[in-house]
Ligand binder design. Structure first.
Ligand code: SUG
Length: 418
């Protein structure tokens, strides 16, 4: 039975606000603030728990060992003598944003009938460019059944790839063949366009997608310039529904027409700029929501609690819940620590359509396992990290310890640092 499994990145113990992502307004605004890794990880676990309660399949990925000493060694330094900018990049907990881990094409879309995953190279930001080797190790473990899955290495770094954050799939239902939409950046004014068209096209070829059911769309340069560093900050798709801001795409009419032609059930829920401006959309993360098909039918839009703070967004949410779209209810998750670095509910998860029985069960969540993870977090994750502490060797030792304790608790010795 193919179902959607949301794999959330567990927030790592080194979660901090180093301001490493130009073009990501929250990351820049909070540069130098004190972070709260323990609260951040517990918030993420709570979101997973709520999705389990909704009757949805839930998985997780482990945080990565930090500081990334192998990466620092390749740069000719160590955690003890690295220049501050390199050390901050080596300390980042950015793998929590699992939407950037990989692009996933479910089996019904791929010519060989396997589910394909390509790990993202994340080459546009130094602090994310060294995530992929460890991510690849996890993907190869979690999806090791070669009859069912094909896991690919990253596309060459000449072309930036940011994974599922710039990829959408529309279909009559998760298990039905879908139309895959790859959104790439053409320009973004002062800010980088992080997804390269050639990376998207390479992933589509590697996944053996049917060209007639694969669309490529340019993200609007205005959206990137306004702070939508990934497409999932201005659009989200689930099943037959696309929820998008009016200014998300460079040529929206052509994209919508192609989707109407390819997916008979296609439903567009477009938010006009006259009701919610791009700035309000990006400030609230209205679109960085999880749009979830509920087991009993209908969809829930799971938003960050921060969205309640913007009146235009609250008005629009009242309007959609009262209307007759497939979005039947709106709910909220408190992921404030992640939001302060520009990561909402949708950034924290990677969607994989698969039969849970084909996934390594060590990566699948149950209520008991989430409690076990919470115990490790409570006992080992630092309560707070101030920027000045990033170079403290005692913090480095504590992070190693925390990582090992979690890998132990989840019976994943393969993911221990040594
Ligand atoms: O790549 N933030 C991440 C946020 C990623 C959000 N993901 C999606 N939209 N899918 C990024 O910009 C901030 C790190 C710092 O500043 O310390 C950061 O990497």
């Amino acid at each position: 039975m193919l179902v959607e499994i949301n794999f959330d990145g567990i927030v790592g113990p080194s979660h901090n606000y180093a301001g490493l992502s130009p073009g990501n307004l929250a990351s820049q605004r909070n540069r130098g603030a004190t972070s709260h890794p323990r609260a951040a990880a517990l918030q993420g676990l709570e979101k997973m728990r709520a999705n389990l309660h909704r009757g949805l399949a839930q998985g997780f990925f482990l945080p990565q060992p930090r500081p990334d000493t192998a990466w620092l060694a390749a740069l000719g330094c160590s955690a003890a003598d690295a220049p501050p900018a390199l050390l901050a990049a080596a300390m980042s907990a950015s793998p929590m944003w699992a939407a950037n881990a990989a692009t996933v094409s479910p089996a019904p879309d791929c010519a060989d009938g396997r589910c394909h995953l390509t790990v993202a190279n994340l080459r546009s930001m130094a602090h994310r460019s060294h995530e992929w080797p460890f991510t690849l190790r996890q993907l190869e473990l979690a999806f090791s059944d070669g009859q069912t899955f094909a896991v690919h290495g990253p596309v060459p770094p000449a072309f930036g790839d940011e994974g599922a954050a710039n990829h959408m799939r529309l279909s009559a239902g998760h298990a039905a063949p879908g139309v895959e939409v790859f959104v790439y950046g053409c320009g973004g004014g002062a800010f980088p366009a992080r997804q390269h068209e050639q990376a998207s096209r390479a992933v589509a070829r590697l996944h053996r997608l049917d060209p007639a059911r694969t669309l490529f769309a340019c993200q609007s340069a205005n959206a990137i310039a306004a702070g939508a560093f990934h497409n999932d900050v201005v659009a989200v798709a689930n099943g037959h529904v696309l929820l998008a801001h009016e200014q998300a795409f460079e040529e929206p009419a052509a994209l919508y027409a192609a989707l109407r032609a390819a997916v008979p059930e296609f439903e567009l829920v477009e938010v006009p700029a006259a009701l919610v401006t791009l700035e309000e959309a990006i400030g609230s993360y209205l679109f960085n929501a999880q749009l979830l098909s509920l087991p009993g039918g209908g969809m829930t839009l799971l938003l960050p609690t921060d969205a309640k703070e913007i009146p235009a967004v609250v008005r629009w949410l009242e309007h959609v819940a009262a209307g007759n779209s497939a979005i039947r209810e709106v709910d909220f998750a408190d992921v404030r620590e992640s939001m302060a670095n520009g990561g909402g509910p949708a950034c924290l998860r990677l969607r994989v359509v698969a039969d849970p029985a084909t996934v390594d069960p060590r990566f699948l969540a149950t209520a008991t396992k989430l409690n076990r993870i919470a115990e490790v977090v409570e006992a080992r994750w630092p309560e707070s990290i101030a920027p000045a502490e990033l170079a403290d060797p005692r913090l480095h030792a504590r992070l190693r310890d925390a990582h090992e304790a979690l890998a132990d608790a989840l019976d994943l010795p393969e993911l221990c640092q040594a």
